[in-house]
Ligand binder design. Structure first.
Ligand SMILES: *Cc1c(COP(=O)(O)O)cnc(C)c1O
Length: 402
């Protein structure tokens, strides 16, 4: 076999990504190592996926045990791990029913199709408008990218699916003016992730619920990034006095194994009758066995109660860095989904900070060009946070001096 390297990427991969220069080869908890043996503190967490860190021994155990038993059947049969995981999700949330997919985009695709189907069957085909919000992100399939509120991701892919309206996030008046009996769904992230780590206000969440009830529209929460413990509760909606009709989950759901899920109340789930929707791999035994174990570990006091303390430590450390170097306007977010919004002077330079951080052996993310994002393992230790933030401070000093 030939030796592969970062250069191989440019030779054989479609150029839609621009991966950083190191190639991690091993991970454990909140640490990663590259081929040369350099150690990194990982505050990126595979973009909010590795909620239990890398290679959590119980997840590895669940994966290996299932690998010896049964991997895949297709949905011609059901399987025990899928049924067990679905039961856990129903018992611990608003939902009555679960549909499994392989990714977040696919979970949203199912949710949006469900909303259209439910509306057309119960109220007629004119009720087809989906209301979504600017800066939102819902996936990369043509439907989900069209519902998403970032025009740069749809440019050149036209013609796009129609019947989608984008409004300003957290703007209650505008929402009230726009929702009508033609609205079939309102879709939002309770904390916008890719759009810059922006939490929905309590008032906005309540208004979405109220307007969905008034106009028979489906309230869809995209909790692909905010869910599965990320904000300190199992799902972010649990911080509010609101339950959705439909919720999508992925990312941390599998702790690193690709899986997505759509949760729904019975009344809405009923719209997806036999044959109306499906997935070959969705709900495969291997993915569900891992996710089921991840669910057991995330949905405990031990995991969830630590998230708030770690949030505070991150925030304190970031503020200390900012007091010294004045790069941020604001530190925001919930739980272990934290954004540092760059001020006017450093606008557009999130990638510079990300690259400088990597050179100091700490991995951070960006959320758009103006926000440095942190989405570490929920199990990251205080010592690791301290060490990583000390490294980040060195990186910030270098960018500021450059
Ligand atoms: C990541 C993400 C998605 C898309 O998930 P994929 O698994 O990449 O398809 C959708 N919505 C939100 C909020 C996300 O953060």
């Amino acid at each position: 076999m030939t030796q592969v390297s970062r250069e191989t990427f440019d030779q054989v991969m479609v150029p839609n990504y621009s991966p950083l220069k190191i190639i991690p080869v091993k991970g454990e908890g909140a640490k990663l190592w590259d081929k040369e043996g350099n150690e990194y503190i990982d505050f990126a967490g595979g973009i909010a996926v590795n909620a239990l860190g890398h290679c959590h021994p119980e997840l590895v155990g669940a994966l290996k045990a299932q690998a010896d038993k049964l991997w895949h059947l297709s949905n011609v049969f059901t399987n025990e791990p899928a049924l067990e995981l679905a039961e856990k999700m129903v018992e611990n949330t608003f939902a009555d029913k679960v549909f499994f997919a392989n990714s977040g985009g696919e979970a949203n695709e199912a949710a949006f199709k469900l909303a259209r189907k439910y509306a057309s069957e119960n109220f007629g085909s004119e009720k087809n408008e989906i209301i979504s919000f600017t800066q939102s992100f819902h996936g990369r399939t043509l439907f989900t990218v069209s519902v998403g509120g970032q025009p740069k991701y749809t440019q050149g892919f036209e013609p796009l699916p129609g019947g989608i309206t984008h409004l300003e996030y957290n703007n209650v008046e505008m929402l009230e003016k726009t929702v009508s009996d033609k609205t079939c769904a309102i879709v939002l992230e309770p904390v916008q992730g890719e759009g810059g780590i922006i939490p929905a206000t309590a008032e906005f969440m309540l208004k979405v619920r109220e307007l969905c009830d008034k106009h028979n529209a489906v309230m869809i929460l995209d909790e692909i990034q905010s869910g599965m413990g990320r904000t300190g509760k199992l799902f972010a909606y649990m911080h509010h006095d609101v339950e959705p009709d439909v919720l999508t989950s992925a990312k941390a759901l599998g702790g690193g194994f690709p899986i997505g899920a759509m949760l729904a109340k019975e009344k809405f789930a009923a719209a997806l009758k036999v044959g109306t929707h499906g997935s070959t791999y969705g709900g495969n035994a291997l993915g569900c066995a891992v996710a089921s174990k991840a669910f057991d570990i995330i949905n405990t006091d031990a995991t969830l109660s630590g998230v708030e303390d770690k949030h505070n430590l991150f925030k304190t450390k970031l503020q200390m860095i900012n007091d010294k170097y004045e790069i941020l306007d604001e530190v925001r977010g919930k739980g272990l989904l934290i954004g540092g919004a760059l001020n006017e002077k450093y606008k557009g330079r999130a990638r510079d900070f990300m690259i400088a951080a990597l050179e100091e052996n700490v991995m951070v993310l960006m959320a758009g060009p103006n926000v440095i994002r942190f989405a570490p393992s929920l199990l990251v230790s205080e010592a690791e946070i301290e060490k990583g933030m000390a490294a980040l401070e060195k990186a910030v000093a270098k960018v500021v001096a450059s």
